[in-house]
Design a protein around this ligand. Structure first.
Ligand code: AMP
Length: 222
């Protein structure tokens, strides 16, 4: 099975991708995570990407398209994948359409997770990451804890630089300008299903699976 998850930053794409990845036993491919690893490893791409990411801007289409080609072409994606964070521009959408065609992948579920802007700002400003295991927590859940409930690392919580409120507002603007047109591009082709991201985490996961199964049945019987 293959999925692309769309939605504004903070809508829960990463959380849902992790759940689906475990349930369906297919890899979660997050372009944001790949970039953050490159930043950590201080690769030339990472050094270049860091400033752009910290400012809430988009990394260039050339870099991103090259990255996604290498990843989807790799052995780990042979039996399926859940893509989170790509495509974010029309140029990236057209590139992945071509790539899927080249790889003879003709079935992929496209899911847009929705939520209003204030909820997103609220979620992201309260988001904390464990430096050690990279798990994401809500500030209210961990504010009194000294160590990470997942890996036990002490004093390891941090706020991502791009989760500060001014950067979040900018990321949402970038999303409206660059990524909303991508949703319209796929909606016009009747390829997209919408799922309400304000439901509980479990309900959102169920709805993604249900909506994509129904859509697949309709598509294959049409
Ligand atoms: P994310 O974790 O998906 O919110 O991504 C974090 C940051 O990585 C974004 O704000 C962008 O700066 C960069 N990024 C991730 N995916 C892409 C993409 N497909 N195109 C451009 N920039 C990206």
């Amino acid at each position: 099975m293959r999925f692309i998850l769309f939605g504004a930053p903070g809508v829960g794409k990463g959380t849902q991708a992790k759940i689906l990845s475990l349930r369906l036993n297919i890899p979660h491919i997050s372009t944001g995570d790949i970039l953050r690893q490159a930043v950590k490893d201080q690769t030339p791409m990472g050094v270049e990407a860091k400033k752009i990411m910290d400012a809430g801007e988009l990394v260039s289409d050339d870099i991103m398209i090259g990255m996604i080609k290498d990843t989807l072409d790799s052995a780990k994606c042979k039996n399926g994948f859940i893509l989170d964070g790509f495509p974010r521009t029309i140029a990236q959408a057209k590139a992945i359409d071509l790539l899927l065609n080249e790889l003879s992948i003709n079935h992929i579920s496209l899911v847009a997770i929705t939520a209003n802007e204030e909820e997103i700002v609220n979620r992201l400003t309260n988001r904390r990451e464990c430096r050690n295991c990279k798990n994401i927590f809500n500030y209210r859940e961990i504010q009194d804890l000294e160590s990470c409930p997942n890996c036990g690392a002490v004093n390891s919580f941090r706020q991502r630089d791009d989760d500060k409120e001014d950067v979040i507002r900018h990321r949402l603007k970038v999303y409206q300008e660059n990524t909303k047109p991508v949703l319209k591009y796929y909606e016009d082709q009747n390829k997209l299903v919408f799922v309400n991201g304000l439901d509980s985490i479990e309900r959102v996961a169920e709805n993604i699976l249900r909506a994509t199964t129904i859509k697949n049945k309709l598509t294959t019987s049409a």
